[in-house]
Design a protein around this ligand. Sequence first.
Ligand SMILES: Cc1cc2nc3c(=O)[nH]c(=O)nc-3n(C[C@H](O)[C@H](O)[C@H](O)COP(=O)(O)OP(=O)(O)OC[C@H]3O[C@@H](n4cnc5c(N)ncnc54)[C@H](O)[C@@H]3O)c2cc1C
Length: 339
Amino acid sequence: MKVHKHFDIRNHNTFRVSSYVRYFLGAEREEEVPSAMEMAENLGYPMMVLGSGSNMLICSDLNRVVINPNLQGIQEHHHGADVIVEAGAGVNWHQLVRYTVERGYGGLENLALIPGTVGAAPVQNIGAYGVELKDVFVDLLGFHRQHGRMVMDAGACRFAYRDSVFKGEFKDAFVICSVRFRLQKQSKLNLSYDALQREIQKRGLKPANPAELADWVAAIRSSKLPDPEVIGNAGSFFKNPMLSTTQYNALKDEFPEIPGYPTASERVKTSAAWLIEQCGWKGARKGDAGVYEKHSLVLVNHGRASGAELWALATEIRQSVFEHFRIMIEPEVNVLSDV
Ligand SMILES: Cc1cc2nc3c(=O)[nH]c(=O)nc-3n(C[C@H](O)[C@H](O)[C@H](O)COP(=O)(O)OP(=O)(O)OC[C@H]3O[C@@H](n4cnc5c(N)ncnc54)[C@H](O)[C@@H]3O)c2cc1C
């Protein structure tokens, strides 16, 4: 296990904000994970798990022991038309997607180019282009601070929209070591999402296989979202709000253009990006903290913004959306502060 004391995690978060943590423990093998958890316990600081920090805004130094589960490796097991693919928590998510589509396995192609690690993917049930992780999830293996080694199926993970048990009851108490997915050798592509339909019309053809669809998704994403390697960001900063039908209809009377997408839960999902844009924030900048000029849901670090400055901007945006629409938008990213 790699142990670093008083460690700056600036290069371990995609906003590229500086934050010193008490200890940074890099676990590269499964058996190192419980040892790292025990060490955190003995050191007397709260433990926290960090993948590649692409869904985090860190607003201060942290009085915590950070565990970075960097377990590598991808394995596959064939069961008739299905293939079960198992990947270590530290595997880069897009690298896993590439591995599967290059072999013709279908299921992960709509989730191409999402930054981050395999181990973090179940935490917020990552989703994009009409597919969520839960659609292909089999189970995961990890360690709980009190209960030890556990295998958890989808029911135990309690997946919901950008949510799971790892954001609630198991938060900072469970380290995911590996995840298994059920993929198809002969898959039907999911092309239902609006942006994919528009792309089909634009190109006058459909993608022929999972690899081609993954390339389409990657190209659409690159045209809209900033590359964290170029400009610090954590993707969509806020969740799309879920409204009751009554609340949505009342807003629709007042703002006829407000987008609304019915969901299985009978609530109406509206677009946080639209709400923010209506309040005039697209492309706005306060010092080095800003709103991306092509996508109002994305906060960016133009250079030297601190986590606290980015959070101050997020707070202003939330307040103004609330004043205009009576909707309090919630962050999708994990906002951390020990001050
Ligand atoms: C440009 C951009 C685009 C994005 N687009 C999307 C998108 O389309 N859809 C989407 O869903 N997300 C998107 N995201 C968010 C992000 O990519 C995902 O949330 C990703 O899964 C985070 O991975 P990570 O390794 O960086 O996790 P981190 O940010 O390091 O951690 C996120 C959370 O997971 C926990 N965690 C991390 N690893 C583990 C583990 N092994 N065990 C237990 N807990 C763990 C952390 O404690 C934290 O609570 C985007 C981000 C960026 C920067």
